[in-house]
Design a protein. Sequence first.
Length: 247
Amino acid sequence: EAQYPIFAPAGTHAKGARLRCTYIEIPQAAHTHAVLLSRPFWMWGAEMGANEHGVVIGNEAVHAKIAPSSTPALIGMDLLRLGLERGASAVEALDIITRLLGEYGQGGNCAHKGRFEYHNSFIVADAAEAFVLETVGREWAVERVATKRSISNTYSIGRGFERLSAGAEQLARERGLWRDGETFDFADVFANRKRSALASGHQRWCRTTALLHARQGGLGAAEMMAFLRDHGAQAARRADWRPDGIL
C-alpha cells in the first residue's frame, strides 16, 4: 500500500466537534498540534510521524495469544496520529493513547486488501525522554527507555515495565495465561511467538537492537539509513548476499 508524507496544520475546533477516524467518530479536541505524518493512503491514521513540539511516534503490529478484535474501533495508526495531534510531550502523548485505548478499544481491518487485524506497539519520544508502549486489546504495558531502544513485530516488554494497565493481570488470569503469585512478564504472558516468527519480528528486533548498541555516540540520518538497509548478520558477512536469494 502506498504511504505518503502529509502535513496537517495546527487547528482550533468548536465545542462539540466530532472527528472521523478510519472507522469511528470520537469527540474532537479543542486544539490540535501541527503534525508531519507518513500515512497509508486509505486510512486516517499514520504509521509514524512528528509534531510541532518535537514528539515522535512509530507503530508496529504485534501478535498475541488473544486474538485481536475485528469490530471497527480505533486502529493503531489512528492512536498514533491522535497522540501526536493532542500531545505536547512524550508523556502527554502516551497518556492520550492509553486513555483513548481504554475508552474506545482497538479493532478493525488494517489491510487495504484482504483482512489483517492485530494489536499494536508504539515507541514514543521527545527530546527529553522516550517510552515503549505495547498493547493487547484495551490493556497495555509501558517501558521507559533507559539508553537505546527499537521495536519490531514482536512483544519486547518483559518484566521491566514502568506502568501496567489496571486490567492486564486480570485479562491474563481469565485467559489462563498467568496465575497469581507468578512473576508477570508481559511479553511471555501475551506474545504469540509462532505468529511473530512468520514476520521474523523477534529476529529483526534483536538485529536493530544490536546495531543501535554497537554505535557509539549520536545517530544521524546517514546511520539510520544504513540501519534500514541492513539485512542481518548473514548478509553483513557475505558480499554476494541478496535479499531475493538469487546469486
